[in-house]
Write a protein that binds this ligand. Structure first.
Ligand SMILES: C[S@@+](CC[C@H](N)C(=O)[O-])C[C@H]1O[C@@H](n2cnc3c(N)ncnc32)[C@H](O)[C@@H]1O
Length: 267
C-alpha cells in the first residue's frame, strides 16, 4: 500500500536519490518504513511476496493441481519461511511445455529440491520414462568458481546447509530422479541425456551457470525453455550480464520477468 500519490512519490524519490544513492538506500533497512513512500503499486494487491508486489490476477495459486505441486516443493524446506508462488508457476509452466518436447529435464542448483519437487509433481514426470537430473553440491556454493565480487556478496548471504541425505529421502520414491552430487561444471558430464526438454539454472554465480548453459545448449530441443532463477535479482547483475552475452552470441534474447527470473527459449 502506498502512502502518497504518484506526484509526491516521484518528488520524494528525486530528493531522496539526490541525498542517498539507491544501493545505500536498499541497505538501510531501518528506513524501510519511509521506503514505503516510494512504493509504486497502488493496491489492492493480489500478490506481495518474494520481491514482487502486484495487482494482477494470480489465480494460478488457487489451481488445485498447482497448489498440490507447490505444497510438495514447500515441504522440502528449500524456501524456508518464504513463499515463491509466482516463480514456481513460471518453472512449472516451462516444465509442462517441456512435456510436449523430446528429452529429459535438468536442474542445476537444487538446494533441498523445492522447485524440482514442484516440477516433478506438476508435470507428473514420475509417470513417464523421462529423467529429472538434479545437480548440486548439496552443501552450498563452490569458492573456486566464484569471482571476488561473488565471494564478498556470499560471505554472509550463503547459508546453505548440507542437504544431500534430505534430498535423497525427498525423491526416494521416484527412480527417474537422478541426484548428481558435486560441483558444476565438473558434474555436467554425468547428465546422460541426448535431448533436454527443460533446464532450470539456479546456482547464484556466473561461472557454473554459464558452463551449464553452454554445455546443454546444443542438446536442448527446439522450443525448450531455460529458466534462469537469478537473472533479474539485485545483487546478481553479473549473471544477468553474462546471460545477456550468452543470448546475443546465440541470436536469442532473455525475457526478463518481474519475478526476477529470466527465460530463454531454444529456437
Ligand atoms: C538458490 S539455491 C537453489 C534453490 C533451488 N532451485 C530451489 O528450488 O529452492 C542455489 C544452489 O546452488 C548450489 N550451487 C552453487 N554453486 C554450485 C556449483 N558450482 N555446483 C553445484 N551446485 C552449486 C548451492 O549448493 C545451492 O543449493
Amino acid at each position: 500500500m502506498s502512502l502518497f500519490g504518484g506526484k509526491w512519490r516521484n518528488l520524494f524519490r528525486a530528493i531522496r536519490r539526490a541525498l542517498i544513492p539507491d544501493l545505500v538506500w536498499r541497505k538501510m533497512k531501518w528506513l524501510h518504513f519511509f521506503a514505503r513512500i516510494e512504493e509504486k503499486v497502488d493496491g489492492p494487491l493480489t500478490y506481495n511476496q518474494d520481491g514482487l508486489a502486484s495487482t494482477h490476477n494470480c489465480d494460478f495459486i488457487k489451481d488445485v493441481h498447482f497448489s498440490k505441486a507447490y505444497a510438495a516443493g514447500k515441504a522440502t524446506g528449500s524456501w524456508g519461511n518464504s513463499d515463491v508462488h509466482w516463480r514456481a508457476h513460471v518453472v512449472c509452466w516451462a516444465a509442462k511445455k517441456g512435456m510436449a518436447l523430446d528429452g529429459d529435464f535438468v536442474e542445476c542448483g537444487v538446494n533441498k529440491g523445492g522447485l524440482a519437487s514442484a516440477v516433478l509433481h506438476y508435470t507428473e514426470l514420475y509417470k513417464t520414462s523421462r529423467k529429472l537430473y538434479l545437480l548440486d553440491t548439496y552443501n552450498g556454493l563452490v569458492a573456486r568458481y566464484l569471482t571476488e565480487d561473488e565471494k564478498r556478496r556470499d560471505s554472509n548471504a550463503d547459508g546453505y546447509e548440507e542437504c544431500y541425505d534430505a534430498v535423497k529421502r525427498t525423491f526416494s520414491d521416484f527412480p527417474n530422479v537422478i541426484i548428481v552430487k558435486g560441483a558444476v561444471p565438473e558434474t555436467l558430464k554425468e547428465v546422460n541425456a541426448s535431448k533436454i526438454a527443460f533446464l532450470s539454472i539456479d546456482m547464484n554465480c556466473v561461472e557454473p551457470e554459464i558452463a551449464a548453459a553452454e554445455y546443454f545448449w546444443s542438446r536442448l530441443s527446439s522450443g525448450a525453455v531455460i529458466v534462469l532463477d537469478d537473472y533479474g535479482w539485485s545483487g546478481h547483475i553479473l549473471q544477468k550480464e553474462a546471460f545477456d552475452r550468452f543470448a546475443v552470441e546465440r541470436g536469442v534474447q532473455v525475457l526478463s520477468l518481474p519475478t526476477g527470473q529470466g527465460v530463454i527459449i531454444k529456437p
